[in-house]
Design a protein around this ligand. Structure first.
Ligand SMILES: [Zn+2]
Length: 301
């Protein structure tokens, strides 16, 4: 039966009863199953539910699923004043998995105005407690490491590469605040019925270069890989991944920057990457500006 196949594929990646698992997944990839036969019978939402049910079956009642349920953030002065984050109501922008997890009857969500997490299972309260506007952006990931949890990437190994522990390492090393964007990003949120403004100083930023860590994990044989449905997937111990990422970033904070010379975040905003700024602001930024201005005027009505 397909559901049993999903469960066995998840187990084959090293996930066991009692595990706490942080999951990022492209549910479309799980469903688009040409060769691996697990979810062909399901419609999209049903397939997503089956995926969640299968993980819960594997980790059992003593396990916990954790996932990002991130929400909108704005750049000053374009802050949407009609929007205010409310953990009870605001839909996440992190895809179908977090949307479906939030609909689970016992789902919990943390209160961080931009980077809230959703958790379901035994330790949900432990992972989410205290994760509000004053906390580390990636506090639940820090707790996952302390709890010896695992991280699962499903169907987004290339399109949204890498593990969120990299963002935590950047935050603990003080790199997340070294961006020109830091003072400009923010959002309104609701707390105890009151509307407040949150300045998103400690931001995650561009993660398109996080795939560079894959070869480092592999040299220590830390990555388990396989298919879940049609989705190419990898799984790793959070603590061991973090050790490598922290040490690498400490030696070279520029290591995980993406390859795109036009990336504003990596090439034009980071105070620990001043080296790329002259080229970005002299060559790339003027071209981008010209394209946007002339593109606008050149458009046919
Ligand atoms: Zn980038």
């Amino acid at each position: 039966m397909n559901f049993e196949l999903l469960c066995s594929q998840i187990r084959a990646l090293g996930i066991e009863e009692g595990d706490s698992v942080y999951v990022r997944a492209d549910l479309g990839e799980v469903i688009n199953n040409k060769q691996h036969g697990a979810t062909q019978k399901f419609k999209p939402v049903e397939a997503g539910k089956a995926f969640i049910r299968a993980i819960r079956r594997v980790i059992g009642e003593s396990g916990t699923i954790l996932a990002p349920a991130f929400t909108r953030v704005f750049i000053y002065p374009f802050v949407d004043k009609s929007y205010a984050f409310d953990p009870e109501r605001t839909p996440p922008i992190t895809g179908g998995l977090s949307t479906l997890l939030l609909k689970e009857p016992e789902a919990k969500r943390s209160c961080h105005p931009v980077a809230s997490f959703v958790a379901v299972g035994k330790n949900a309260d432990y992972f989410l407690e205290g994760h509000d506007e004053n906390a580390l952006t990636y506090l639940p990931i820090k707790k996952l490491i302390e709890y010896r949890g695992k991280m699962l990437l499903c169907g987004c190994i290339d399109s949204s590469p890498g593990f969120t522990t990299v963002h935590l390492a950047q935050e603990l090393l003080g790199l997340s605040k070294k961006s020109l964007l830091g003072m400009l990003m923010g959002v309104f949120y609701l707390k105890k019925g009151e509307r407040r403004y949150f300045c998103y100083r400690s931001m995650g930023g561009c993660s398109l270069g996080f795939y560079k860590f894959y070869s480092l994990y592999n040299t220590r044989h830390l990555l388990a890989s396989g298919f879940i449905g049609g989705a190419n997937s990898i799984c790793i111990n959070a603590e061991k991944a973090f050790e490598i990422e922290y040490a690498t970033l400490k030696a070279d904070p520029r290591f995980p920057l993406c390859e795109n010379p036009r990336c504003f975040f990596c090439r034009g905003s980071l105070l620990y990457n001043l080296k790329d700024m002259p080229r970005y602001y002299c060559l790339v930024a003027p071209k981008k500006l010209a394209l946007s201005v002339f593109g606008r005027f050149g458009r046919k009505p």
